[in-house]
Each structure stands twice: as structure tokens, then as C-alpha cells.
Design a protein around this ligand. Structure first.
Ligand code: C5P
Length: 221
């Protein structure tokens, strides 16, 4: 079949990763999580004690950083300077750092280039904030996945396991502030592409969202 590109964008906690994983499995596509790359660079900046608002220092740091995404159908491994940091990317500090470093154009230009290389052959589901608008504006299928902030926050909270490091209110607050930063940045702000299909999962079950997303892709095959 055609080696299509499926772009999934939307705010934090909307279920992009889950839906991307399902679509990848269902259609035999590779699943690329671009947020993991911004997270890896956030981790690098934290480790290097580079202030997260110092554009010049971050730009310098980016030049001596290698980030690779090892793509699998089930999950991605992230190699930061050849070290597998996959397990270190989801804590609140790294999450916040990723959100802060991702506002800077040189950081984004670098990541976008890597992502375009990764998806160049098609046959991928790529998930992030600017895939349908900037990374692959000609993607065959574009889905903008959204849900009310409280719903996204509670879903995130429920994933934290039996001993959550944060209270639900904190999770919702963090998620809102990341969204706000993503939506208001000058360079590739979070917004649906003109030709994206909007999917609001606030009142939908996971199964319903999966089915709806499959139908959107099916139409483009
Ligand atoms: O998707 P995830 O929550 O892992 O992304 C972490 C952060 O990276 C987001 O809060 C967002 O600021 C940034 N990001 C981005 N563009 C992308 C993917 C992620 O700016 N394509």
C-alpha cells in the first residue's frame, strides 16, 4: 500500500500516544513520538545546568548534543548522546524543561529536521504539537486530538500509579501551563492544521476514539 504519513497533534494528555500506538499497530506504521525528543533535550539542559531560558547557551548546547529516536511499533527508545534515557523522560522536572526549551526557534528547527528525516520514507504515525502544521504539512491524514483540561489531567493522574508523585490538581495545573506555553509561543504554536480532523475525546471512551481515528486514516489509504 501507500506509505502514508499520519500526523497527530494536540495538547498534553489528550491521548495522542495511545491513539498513535493503536494506529501504528492497526495499519502497520512506525510510531514516532516527537515529544520524547524535546524531553531528551530538556534532560540534557538540566544535566548541563544550562538555564532553561538562555537561548544562546541552549543553542550552543544543541550543537554538541545527539538525539536519536529508535523507532519500534510498540515503543520508542530515546538515545541522548548514545545513552538510552527512555526511562528518565517522564518525571515532572524533565517534562517542565521540555516545555521550556521547546519554545526556542533554533531548538525547534533542529528537531523538525530530525523528524522530517525520520518520516521521509512515509509509513509513519508521528505525534506532537506541530506535525500537521510544520513538520509534515502535506501529511495524508491529520488528526487534532483534544479534551477538556480536567479530563486530560485526570487521565494523566490515573496513569501515575499507586503512589502518585503529584496530586490531581497539580497535574491539571502543570498540564494547563504547558498548554498555555505551547499555544502562545511565536514559533509553531499548538493549533490544528486547516485540514486536520478535530477529535474531542472529552465524552468518548478510548475505544470510540480509536475507532474514529481508524476511520479517518482508512479514508486516506
Ligand atoms: O508530547 P510530550 O508531552 O511528550 O511533549 C513534551 C513537550 O515538548 C510539550 O509540552 C511541548 O512543549 C513540546 N513539544 C513540542 N512540539 C512537539 C512535541 C512536543 O513543542 N512536536
Amino acid at each position: 500500500g501507500k506509505r502514508i504519513i499520519v500526523a497527530i497533534d494536540g495538547p498534553a494528555g489528550a491521548g495522542k500516544s495511545t491513539i498513535a500506538r493503536h494506529l501504528a499497530r492497526h495499519f502497520g506504521l512506525l510510531n514516532l513520538e516527537t515529544g520524547a525528543m524535546y524531553r531528551a533535550f530538556g534532560l540534557k539542559a538540566l544535566r548541563a545546568h544550562v538555564p532553561l531560558d538562555d537561548l544562546a547557551a541552549l543553542t550552543e548546547l544543541s550543537k554538541e548534543t545527539s538525539i536519536r529516536l529508535e523507532v519500534g511499533e510498540a515503543e520508542n527508545r530515546v538515545l541522548l548522546d548514545d545513552e538510552d534515557v527512555t526511562g528518565q523522560l517522564r518525571n515532572p522536572t524533565v517534562t517542565d524543561a521540555a516545555s521550556r526549551v521547546s519554545v526556542f526557534p533554533p531548538v525547534r528547527a533542529w528537531m523538525v529536521k530530525l523528524q522530517q528525516q525520520l518520516g521521509a520514507e512515509g509509513g509513519v504515525v508521528m505525534e506532537g504539537r506541530d506535525i500537521g502544521t510544520v513538520v509534515f504539512p502535506h501529511a495524508e491524514a491529520k488528526i487534532f486530538l483534544d479534551a477538556a483540561p480536567e479530563v486530560r489531567g485526570m487521565r494523566r493522574f490515573d496513569q501515575l500509579g499507586p503512589e502518585p508523585a503529584q496530586q490531581p490538581e497539580e497535574v491539571i495545573r502543570d498540564l494547563r501551563s504547558r498548554d498555555q506555553r505551547d499555544r502562545s509561543r511565536a514559533d509553531s504554536p499548538l493549533r490544528p492544521a486547516e485540514d486536520a480532523v478535530l477529535l474531542d475525546s472529552t465524552h468518548m471512551t478510548l475505544d470510540e476514539v480509536v475507532k474514529a481515528a481508524e476511520a479517518i486514516v482508512e479514508e486516506k489509504l
